[in-house]
Design a protein around this ligand. Structure first.
Ligand code: COA
Length: 241
């Protein structure tokens, strides 16, 4: 187990657990968490023992309530604070991971909280989940990939409505919109995420990684290019056995 200040990182039976750990501030994403998340993502990428990862928030109330708004006060403007935050390409690294990532979401999932969830492949949520993108109300826009990842998951019109209206989305609607794969009780959230992770961890990691790449990379391609990608990956995997 590696303990950082803002994240707990654990590994067990091929599963990496990433726990956002600032429960006193609803796991708000601060600069320290940015730096530590970057290290954790690097560890997930490079460690062959890690087959799959689960992301969740510590405490009862939130997965993550967005960027730490108190840090806005330490910079001349929210925009400059944001520039400092994005110096490292955390989000590029997150989205480039080829191992499956599961988000177990409860309570508040706001701003960069949603964006972290959208960097994951499978999103499970508990009944008390609430999603929101308050950035425009703060005079900024999502900059952790959310303006691109959200419409790819729920479609442009809905993404625009949520972002522009500042309206919050509860569990039922999140499920209807396909923002989350499944809604379960709070008690069942982690057990279900673990069951899924254990199943995936038993599969051939190369097949799992290629399957993820075929779908994720394919989403940005035409059908013809996507079929070529699939054929290339299928060929590579048949040669590796
Ligand atoms: N950054 C820093 N601290 C945060 C935070 C954030 N994004 N969100 C919550 N906190 C802190 C609060 O300041 C409070 O700290 P305190 O106990 O030292 O006063 C603690 O977390 C609990 O939050 P509180 O506001 O008391 O809980 P609540 O139930 O009344 O409200 C929210 C919950 C999520 C509605 C409210 O905290 C909120 O609006 N947070 C900001 C969300 C936001 O704008 N995020 C930025 C997105 S870009």
């Amino acid at each position: 187990m590696s303990n950082f200040d803002t994240i707990i990182y654990q590994k067990q039976n091929g599963i990496a657990y990433v726990i956002l750990n600032r429960p006193h501030a609803l796991n708000a994403y601060n600069l320290k968490m940015r730096d530590e998340l970057y290290q954790v993502l690097g560890a997930i990428k490079d460690d062959p023992e890690v087959k799959v990862a689960i992301f969740r928030g510590a405490g009862e109330r939130a997965f993550c309530a967005g960027v730490d708004i108190t840090e806005f006060l330490t910079a001349p403007s929210p925009i400059i604070a944001r520039q400092a935050r994005w110096e490292r390409d955390v989000w590029g690294l997150f989205l480039s991971l080829t191992k499956p990532l599961i988000a177990a979401l409860h309570g508040y999932v706001l701003g960069s909280g949603i964006e972290i969830a959208l960097c994951c492949d499978i999103r499970l949520a508990s009944e008390d989940v609430q999603f929101g993108l308050p950035e425009p109300q703060l005079g900024i826009i999502p900059a952790a990939g959310g303006s691109q990842t959200l419409p790819r998951v729920i479609g442009g019109a809905k993404a625009l409505e949520i972002l522009l209206s500042g309206r919050w989305i509860k569990a039922d609607e999140a499920h209807r919109l396909k923002l989350v794969n499944r809604v379960v009780s709070r008690k069942e959230l982690l057990p279900q995420a673990e069951r899924l992770a254990r199943k995936i961890a038993h599969f051939d990691p190369v097949a799992v990684s290629y399957a993820k790449q075929a779908i994720i990379r394919g989403l940005d391609l035409s059908l013809k290019q996507g079929l070529e990608l699939e054929a290339r990956l299928a060929d590579l995997i048949s040669r590796s056995h």
